[in-house]
Design a protein around this ligand. Structure first.
Ligand code: F6P
Length: 282
């Protein structure tokens, strides 16, 4: 597993370099979810593919940017599902973006996730690794090396609220719930980049990030294998919770297709319990 973590560290520096220097225009293609691909998305995907081509314990790669599974090493043990550059449309306005990696052993379902990693490309490069039985570990880039700076542990209750999606497409239950958080003094913190938004809530102790099912996207927007499950694992390891609109743990998801999405709520315990109550699912 360490080889995978070390490879991701190298990838992080290469993608950061690409963000700083590459062409920010669109490519001629769409990704498998029908979204226009930036040249930077494609370039980040290639960086990751090339880096794992030499890591024998990686059996398969599944990219958010591509349809299907790329078979790498027949005798490998792990499948890595990754979003090479989440929130890439924020690069042209110079906001933070990130890469997300879910490392699975066996069938691609949440219960088979063995570790997850994300990288935040912001004013600094930060990288967080979550493994079973440990709090997520935050590392920061110093020069050309990452150094561990400490474990991440969430408080029981936080102060931040990050509500995703278009408000006019929210259900009335969701709108009432989000309003109630603001009426209690929660602060709005939403950049439109899942990685920095969830990172901020974890590092500031807690709060809620939600991307519900909406009238235009009944199953939400965020992809289970590349975004939802890796972060659900992070939040649970940090002492928080991650559930869907029925109050079920996202760590019980079994995707039927690599690009399936799910409504999702990530937060500290207090806010998730409040959400279950508001939705009548506790
Ligand atoms: O999945 C892409 C993404 O950019 C996430 O990083 C982010 O959380 C979400 O979409 C934002 O979506 P919206 O603009 O609909 O709130």
């Amino acid at each position: 597993m360490n080889t995978i973590f070390e490879t991701i560290k190298t990838i992080a520096f290469d993608i950061d370099d690409a963000i700083k220097t590459a062409d920010l225009g669109y490519s001629d293609s769409e990704n498998s979810s029908g979204e226009d691909q930036l040249k930077l998305d494609v370039q980040s995907d290639i960086i990751i593919e090339k880096a794992f081509a030499f890591v024998a314990i990686v059996k398969n790669l599944v990219s958010e940017e591509k349809e299907g599974v790329l078979e790498l090493h027949e005798t490998g043990k792990y499948t890595i599902c990754y979003d090479p550059l989440d929130g890439s449309s924020l690069v042209d306005v110079n906001l933070s973006v990130g890469s997300i990696f879910g490392i699975y052993e066996g069938k691609l379902q949440a219960s088979n996730l063995v570790a997850s990693v994300y990288v935040v490309y912001g004013p600094r490069i930060e990288l967080v690794i979550a493994q079973h039985g440990k709090k997520p570990m935050l590392s920061r880039a110093f020069g050309t090396q990452f150094r561990e700076v400490g474990e991440i542990s969430m408080n029981e209750k936080g102060k931040l609220n990050a509500p995703g999606g278009t408000q006019q497409n929210w259900s009335s239950v969701h709108k009432t719930f989000v309003d109630s958080l603001f009426n209690q003094g929660y602060r709005l913190r939403y950049s439109g980049g899942m990685v920095p938004d969830l990172h901020q809530i974890m590092l500031k102790g807690g709060g809620l990030f939600s991307y519900p099912g909406t009238t235009d996207k009944p199953d939400g927007k965020l992809r289970q294998l590349f975004e939802v499950i890796p972060f659900a694992f992070m939040y649970e390891q940090a002492g928080g919770q991650a559930v869907n609109e029925k109050g079920q743990r996202l760590m019980e998801l079994i995707p039927t297709h690599p690009h399936d999405t799910s409504p999702c709520f990530f937060g500290s315990n207090h806010e998730i319990e409040a959400m279950k109550k508001a939705y009548g699912v506790h």
